[in-house]
Design a protein. Structure first.
Length: 268
């Protein structure tokens, strides 16, 4: 902690800047990234200390908001969801009078997810609707479509939480219409949607459609590093086969190559 404090003091001095009330965005980003990527995995208390210190010296709504959202994300990682939502709500109150629409939308999405996890579905939906109302103000088309795609994904998750699988599929289709308009992360987002379609068709007892969408998800992921969507798709295929009583096929999903699977076995 002593090392963290000394390092923080040095970085905060850079962040504060040499001119009165001037603050350096690059220095802020370095502190933010170090806290989240390097400090938090080994000492989340130290990461909270950095986030609190950043907030204390920040002089603009954007820096204050980002500091609070760092704290909120750390609370989320600790499964302290009530603290996460309280902190994010505080950040939202600070940023909403500004023209930083991208951060307003990000916080709406964060709060929608947390409230859904807490089973406060009306609050979750309200923040999704607020995000969708704000998105047209985002100037960059790619960023706007990405945000709209992610908000519709969140609405799909919310529908799934209350077993409204047809509604979830409609939200996923709406999400994909936006992802089709982007280039950055398009394959990953599409693979996630295909995995979600597979899960929803499985819940609707349409196993053939479920397998088709899981296969599409894995095909999109074949050239990407292993990630959680791979696992969800493989697990979904196994669940379909188990439900059909095809236990050897369920086993082979993990231990033998499949037509849509990459050449190596991720479980070896």
């Amino acid at each position: 902690m002593k090392y963290i404090s000394c390092l923080l003091a040095l970085l905060l001095n850079c962040f504060w800047g040499t001119q009165a009330m001037a603050q350096d965005a690059d220095a802020f980003n370095k502190i933010y990234q170090r806290a989240f990527l390097e400090v938090a995995p080994s000492s989340i208390d130290s990461a909270h200390f950095i986030a609190d210190s950043l907030y204390g010296v920040s002089t603009t709504p954007l820096f204050k908001t980002r500091s609070l959202m760092l704290s909120a994300t750390l609370y989320q990682q600790q499964q302290q969801l009530e603290k996460a939502t309280q902190t994010a709500e505080q950040a939202f109150d600070i940023i909403i009078p500004t023209d930083h629409v991208d951060w307003q939308v990000r916080i709406c999405g964060f709060l929608a997810t947390q409230y859904r996890t807490l089973r406060l579905y009306k609050k979750s939906k309200a923040f999704c609707e607020r995000a969708l109302a704000l998105i047209p103000q985002i100037q960059q088309p790619g960023a706007a479509h990405s945000a709209a795609g992610l908000v519709n994904q969140e609405l799909a998750y919310a529908a799934m939480s209350v077993n409204r699988y047809e509604a979830a599929i409609n939200h996923i289709r709406s999400s994909q219409q936006h992802f089709d308009q982007i280039t950055q992360n398009k394959k990953f987002f599409t693979a996630e949607n295909e995995q979600l379609l597979g899960l929803n068709y499985f819940k609707l007892n349409q196993p053939d459609k479920a397998l088709q969408h899981y296969a599409k998800s894995l095909a999109l992921l074949k050239d990407m590093p292993d990630n959680h969507i791979h696992g969800l798709a493989y697990n979904g295929i196994s669940a379909v086969y188990i439900h059909q009583g095809k236990l050897p096929d369920a086993k082979n999903t993990w231990i033998a190559p499949m037509p849509w699977r990459r050449s190596h076995n991720t479980c070896n």
